[in-house]
Design a protein around this ligand. Sequence first.
Ligand SMILES: Cc1cc2nc3c(=O)[nH]c(=O)nc-3n(C[C@H](O)[C@H](O)[C@H](O)COP(=O)(O)O)c2cc1C
Length: 181
Amino acid sequence: MTTIAVLVGSLQEKSFNKRLAKTLENVAPEGVTFKYVDINMPLYNQDLEANYPESAQAAKDIIGNADGVLILTPEYNRSIPGVLKNAIDWVSRPYGTNSFAGKPTGVVGISPTPVGTAMAQASLRPVLAFLETKQLGQPEVYVALATDDMFDEQGIMTDERWRKNLTAYMETFAEWVRKEA
Ligand SMILES: Cc1cc2nc3c(=O)[nH]c(=O)nc-3n(C[C@H](O)[C@H](O)[C@H](O)COP(=O)(O)O)c2cc1C
């Protein structure tokens, strides 16, 4: 069994990135389990560390116990959304207990624009390097020009070319996590 902690950097219900996460779960190889992290946390404030918010502690526990981490990031103003950075900051604390350390981590994303989250992913990678994750370099996943009709009612992607690419991504990612965990 390989457990993947999944962070989706969007709170909106019909998020493309949430739907991409569901699709990746749908095409994942046998034995891979997704554990979703709820990133809806209080704004980080060092004063709150003494009484660590339950949501932040739950995220630390899921990530700490996972074999690998998968982050799906939207692109906001050429970077990652504040809600995602906020969750990452909580998980990296308290000082000396960074739950990302050593975790094999993948980064993917989807946007309705031609950019396909390339710049958001590029700005996330140095944060993950500082947090001492191991990062999968390739393959990369930049789903561009997303539209609602790429997905079915359940939010699973139906586009055959993308399903093939995403299946290949999950095979490589799962095998790499098993090796690195
Ligand atoms: C504040 C804000 C900034 C955005 N900036 C970008 C951007 O820099 N590049 C881009 O491709 N899309 C940008 N978008 C559009 C997002 O790609 C789009 O809203 C996308 O659906 C967000 O991902 P989600 O569907 O998973 O929530 C932005 C959207 C918002 C709300």
